[in-house]
Design a protein around this ligand. Structure first.
Ligand code: SF4
Length: 440
């Protein structure tokens, strides 16, 4: 039977899609290999969101070109975010398949692009595929119908499409049956999930079904949110559904109304702050992350200061900051007002310095507190996992803890992570269930 190799870069959606594809390939008896030269099928999950990622993808394609020359029988596919497919086909004619965005979201349909399924005998993935992680991302919705002027996603991922709830529930049940304890529902705008389905389904309804119908699932998260679509029913779902974690990733992008207008973000800073106030009123201890772009074309010093002020006022737990990267074909890339790279880097560092202080002061009150941690793995002699509010905790213990939900007392806090001591594994009944599943 054949061998395959998958290379992935970019967002969690690519990781999730690559996992589904590899499980399906293993289900057909294919074997994963790290050695590209011995692979019969090579799949590259591409990202175009920033220049840096695109450069890496093109470097990979250069290497695959050589590999194809040496071994013409290797089949090569490119998936994930791809720019203009016609242009890519001309530039990289050795690629056998482009798994274009906008196509069927079922993994079986994607697979049918790669191999002739009829030739293969299907076995249950559980018998074949490697164990999933404790926390797994699951793509529930792809594409974006908005047109933020900096963003290439609408042209690389296409219009919005949702997966059927039953398909998602089946995937989650299969993962949980094999050791996963937490799922992160992924989409470019996760709140728009289900609008294209008939009958329509909301994200809050999907969360409720996952909460109630998947035994053994401990936690659910979702990302990425869009402020204009974050409605009351979702706030209530996060506040009331026990398995849904108190954590939200809500991109602000800029703290200046004029920059937001030029970005076509569709909300003001005031609207955003009101939304955060409503969320925090309902859930005072919720963890909040945001995304910020610095150095958008024409961003003045005063406009950048407004972003610093907004971040100092809202006080997020985590800020993902990126320097603006012109993406081909997007409106902002054509602006003549591009900022020098050095200036973008200076602004980026200023935000990182501010956030270091904010995060440290937000984490400091956790000292001495007891938190629930889902242990994801071990690194450098300590177990690590996350609280419900998505804070990273390191715990020393001789007990094997992977996959377990434990209580820990926080002994040290810092801006990026916490240290904790194990109080007790969670209740025996609970821990046994997790261990049995984690051992599969
Ligand atoms: S909402 Fe997000 S994915 Fe859609 S265009 Fe804007 S930044 Fe891109």
């Amino acid at each position: 039977m054949g061998k395959f190799h998958i290379w992935t870069i970019g967002c969690q959606m690519n990781t999730s899609d690559a996992r589904r594809l590899s499980q399906e390939l293993e289900g057909y008896g294919f074997e994963e290999t790290d050695a590209r030269g011995s692979a019969d099928l090579l799949v590259l999950y591409s990202c175009m969101v920033r220049q840096h990622a695109e450069d890496k993808v093109r470097t990979q394609l250069g290497e695959l070109r050589k590999l194809k020359q040496e071994k013409p029988s290797t089949r090569i596919a490119v998936a994930g975010c791809v720019g203009d497919v016609d242009e890519w086909q001309q530039k990289y004619p050795f690629v056998d398949f482009f798994l274009e965005p906008g196509r069927d979201l079922t993994v079986r349909a994607r697979l049918a692009d790669l191999i002739e399924l009829d030739q293969y005998y299907r076995v249950e993935p559980a018998d074949a595929a490697r164990a999933p992680r404790v926390s797994e991302g699951i793509t529930i919705h792809q594409g974006c119908n908005r047109n933020c002027t900096f963003c290439i996603v609408p042209s690389t991922r296409g219009r919005e499409r949702s997966r059927e709830p039953e398909d998602i529930l089946a995937e989650v049940r299969a993962l949980v049956g094999r050791g996963t304890r937490e799922v992160v529902l992924l989409s470019q705008i996760v709140e728009r999930y289900g609008r294209d389905l008939r009958p329509r389904v909301t994200l809050a309804e999907l969360l409720a079904r996952l909460n109630e119908e998947v035994e053994g699932l401990e936690r659910v998260r979702f990302l990425t949110s869009y402020p204009g679509d974050f409605h009351k029913d979702l706030i209530e779902a996060v506040a009331t559904l026990p398995k849904v974690c108190e954590w939200i990733n809500l991109p602000l992008q800029s703290g200046d109304d004029e920059v937001l207008r030029q970005m076509h973000r569709g909300y003001s800073v005031g609207f955003y702050k009101d939304l955060v106030a409503r969320i925090r009123e309902r859930m005072p201890s919720i963890g909040m992350a945001t995304d910020i772009i610095v150095g958008f074309p024409g961003e003045t010093e005063a406009q950048f200061d407004n972003t610093l002020k907004a971040l100092a006022e809202i006080r997020f737990d985590v800020v993902h900051v990126a320097a603006y990267s012109p993406r081909p074909g997007t409106p902002a890339a054509g602006s003549s007002d591009q900022l020098p790279l050095d200036e973008k880097k200076r602004r980026l560092r200023a935000i990182e310095a501010l956030q270091k202080e904010v995060a440290a002061s937000r984490n400091a009150p956790l000292l001495g507190e007891t938190v629930e941690v889902l242990i994801e793995g071990e690194a450098k002699g300590k177990w690590y996992g996350r609280t419900r509010t998505n804070k990273l905790v390191h715990i020393a213990s001789d007990e094997p803890l992977a996959g377990r939900l434990v209580d820990a007392r926080i002994t040290q806090t810092g801006p990026w992570s916490l240290q904790g001591e194990l109080l007790s594994p969670a209740s025996a009944e609970h821990a046994d269930g997790v261990m049995a599943a984690a051992a599969v």
